[in-house]
Design a protein around this ligand. Structure first.
Ligand SMILES: [Zn+2]
Ligand SMILES: [Zn+2]
Length: 165
């Protein structure tokens, strides 16, 4: 599928690159509302957009598997990013966004009740499974790598959770 030009859902003449990160609707800069978790359309901000739970068991299984695998990778990333101290704060939302998007696509872009918790939880579990052993083996007892690494994981998981809501 090629990336066709998007037009704002409210202004059919305005080209845009933005989509609401909750419902996926194309929106222009005028319509976009900036939130801590990204750009959203006004309907989603007002909570009037109905979220449909259409994911099947297969969708959920695929999404869960990708969440766990990417979680394991995220733990490795956290180990290295944790050594960059405060820079991890800026990298976490980017990495979390990519992971969240990958999980959302793996589950067929379908949503499921409580899958935000399941997806975010699996990423967190996977991340700790690789981050903690790496830290204990190679960086213990240097506490800052642990703290920044855990903060990185927490922020990335928060972003994943927001994406899957
Ligand atoms: Zn929306
Ligand atoms: Zn618009």
């Amino acid at each position: 599928m090629s990336e066709a030009t998007l037009y704002c859902a409210n202004h059919p003449n305005v080209e845009t690159l933005l989509r609401c990160n909750r419902c996926g609707k194309p929106i222009c800069m005028k319509c976009a509302v900036r939130t801590p978790v990204g750009y959203r359309c006004e309907e989603c901000i007002r909570g009037q957009q109905t979220v449909f739970y259409t994911a099947t068991k297969t969708h959920k299984a695929a999404g869960s598997m990708v969440a766990l695998v990417l979680g394991l990778l995220l733990g490795v990333v956290a180990y290295f990013v944790g050594q960059l101290s405060w820079l991890s704060i800026f990298i976490a939302p980017v990495v979390g966004g990519v992971v969240g998007e990958a999980i959302f696509r793996a589950s067929g872009r379908k949503r499921a009740r409580r899958f935000d918790w399941i997806g975010g939880g699996l990423v967190a579990v996977g991340a700790l499974l690789t981050f903690l052993p790496l830290y204990l083996l190679f960086h213990f007892p240097y506490i800052w790598t642990l703290l920044w690494g855990l903060l990185f994981v927490a922020m990335a998981v928060g972003t994943v959770y927001a994406r899957l809501r």
